[in-house]
Design a protein around this ligand. Structure first.
Ligand code: B4P
Length: 189
């Protein structure tokens, strides 16, 4: 199962990715998590990414593309993967398509998590209270949603044209969303 999770910040991609990866026994690759651990360890990649993340902007495509291409080379990705938070721009999606075409292992499905904007803001502010992420402040959340609308939302069309886009209603309890996502995956394959 080679899967991409698409959706605005706060839609529950990270939350559901963990559950889907466990169900299928495949790795969960979250670009945001990789960046955050690099920021914590003060690596060169972390230093390059931190300013963009704190402002709610996207890290430049060439940095993210190289990082994901390297990760997909690792052995544990042989039977599939859940990509969470990548791609986030059309050039990233094109690059992913090219990388997977070279390996003759195209994507199977793109799950698109759908949640109204008011709910996104309240979830992210809720997370700010418990986890204290530097990009979960009200001003930065506003920018992240705007970045999503302008740079990431066009991927819905990109993947719909390829017959890969599968919408999932991501409102309601986490368990209900997982059930809907797994059902959508079963019927897509
Ligand atoms: P991410 O870490 O991907 O951040 P995110 O979009 O907020 O998603 P996340 O997965 O964390 O949250 P989720 O919706 O699961 O990216 C952070 C930054 O890294 C970006 O802004 C960018 O700077 C950089 N970056 C990452 N990937 C990049 C790329 N490809 N290109 C360029 N830059 C990149 O959950 C949010 C909250 O909702 C949680 O608290 C959760 O508990 C809660 N929640 C989830 N499901 C719920 C439900 N059903 N009901 C109630 N609450 C729920």
């Amino acid at each position: 199962m080679r899967l991409v999770l698409l959706g605005p910040p706060g839609a529950g991609k990270g939350t559901q990715a963990v559950r889907i990866a466990a169900e299928y026994g495949i790795p969960h690759i979250a670009t945001g998590d990789i960046f955050r651990s690099n920021v914590r360890e003060e690596t060169e990649l972390g230093v390059a990414a931190q300013g963009y993340m704190d402002a709610g902007d996207l890290v430049p495509d060439h940095v993210v593309n190289q990082m994901v291409a390297d990760r997909l080379e690792q052995r544990d990705c042989g039977d599939g993967f859940v990509l969470d938070g990548y791609p986030r721009t059309v050039p990233q999606a094109e690059e992913l398509e090219a990388v997977l075409a070279r390996r003759q292992s195209p994507l199977d499905v793109v799950l698109s998590f759908e949640v109204p904007e008011e709910e996104l803001v309240s979830r992210l502010l809720g997370r700010a209270a418990t986890e204290g992420r530097t990009d979960d402040t009200e001003a930065v959340i506003g920018n992240r949603l705007e970045v999503y609308r302008t740079q990431t939302a066009p991927l819905e069309k990109f993947y719909a044209e390829r017959g890969l886009l599968t919408p999932v209603d991501a409102m309601g309890p986490v368990e209900d969303v997982t059930r809907r996502a797994l059902k959508a995956l079963r019927s897509s394959g």
